[in-house]
Design a protein around this ligand. Sequence first.
Ligand code: OOG
Ligand code: NI
Length: 461
Amino acid sequence: MSPSPFLSPDAIRAAFSAAMSAMYRDEVPAYGTLMALVADVNEATLASQPTLRASLEATETLARISEERHGAIRLGTEAELAMMRRVFAVMGMFPVGYYDLSEAGVPVHSTAFRPVGETALNINPFRVFTSLLRLDLIADEGLRATAEQTLARRQIFSDAAVALVDKAERDGGLSREDAGLFVTEVLDTFRWHSEASVDRALYARLHDAHRLIADVVSFKGPHINHLTPRTLDIDAVQDQMPSRGIVPKAVVEGPPSRACPILLRQTSFKAVEERVSFPDENGKLQTGSHTARFGEIEQRGIALTPKGRSLYDKLLNQARASVRPAPDGSNADAYRVALTRSFAEFPDDWNAIRKAGLGYFLYTVDDAVAGARGSDIESLIAAGAVRFDAIVYEDFLPVSAAGIFQSNLGDDAVQEFTASPNQRLFEKALGAAVLNEFEHYAGIERASIERCLAALKAFSD
Ligand code: OOG
Ligand code: NI
């Protein structure tokens, strides 16, 4: 077989993620500070926890542990979303999950474009949480129409980027040279434009309707609004942010700190206020400011089954009903206590989580135990012939996402929208169905059990 003339989508994604990181550190210096803090905390954590170090060494590349895991953008039109899907597909990123944020007071619905297979995730896990603005949730019809017209006028992809996507689709991939051009052209779409495309008065009207609407409609493109490296100790990074001169959001989103981590914990530094300019009717620029861009960190745990997820949702709601985290952080300690107390009901032992059907696990044959045979996975586990490991949750959480959104939109910006999930409408705009994350994890688990049973088939069969 002759070697592929194409650079692999995984390699294109890795190059894109690295280029985006460099661009964002340059655009938002506080993000570079966060990256340095994360690297220091990860190094200290590895030094003080030799078992963690050994297990990560066995499964991951330690040198890349502090690299970005995700970023986020907000799009304005269906056509932008449909084209973005094609762009991400060239990098091996596919839409997984549907998130309705309207319920949490944010007028968007979203998916995450991400690598799906284990190999692809290991090569480079970079995802982009991608939201589509819901202009249908703007009550003021005149403003809605103006916003629509403004968005219809912009072209967020360069002609060269579109041509390269066409070429990749037609030929089945991109050569190394084309891939290099593709990364440069596509990166441009995510770049910050300090010059707004609307005048100050329209910006103010959009901003009054919702800060997020102003962020999406007023600029020439969907600037990357944050990037998120992985941390091995999220609480330490949260605590140390102030000593590096960056302001953390009030609380860490997601479950509390636990022996057996579940789902996803995330926090961020608060969005920075940036100088922007607005053209007036004579084309002269007036200065103003805009606050949207920040840096985030994440720490992931086991993917939960629907049963585990509803227990998680119940316990989170219970904690938030007793202490609603205040944006200024004044009750952060009380919230942490309430969260820990509430989650005491969630088993904190891998086998207990497994036996209760709360999480997804990967089953593998433990070669050290010779001779065990059977067709029942539980007895094979009991005999020590099969081991199980948590499957990592690679997706997002709507309540956490809303918390991240809110704290970065200004803490006074909590607004109510009627919850109106509309996955069908989202998928129509996307031009494809999103992958259901639960079915995906269940499939990985099921296949691993089948592999074990096939390998350890009882002799009597
Ligand atoms: C996206 C917020 C969601 C996350 O990590 O949950 C997100 C945004 O602010 O556009 O990135
Ligand atoms: Ni994020």
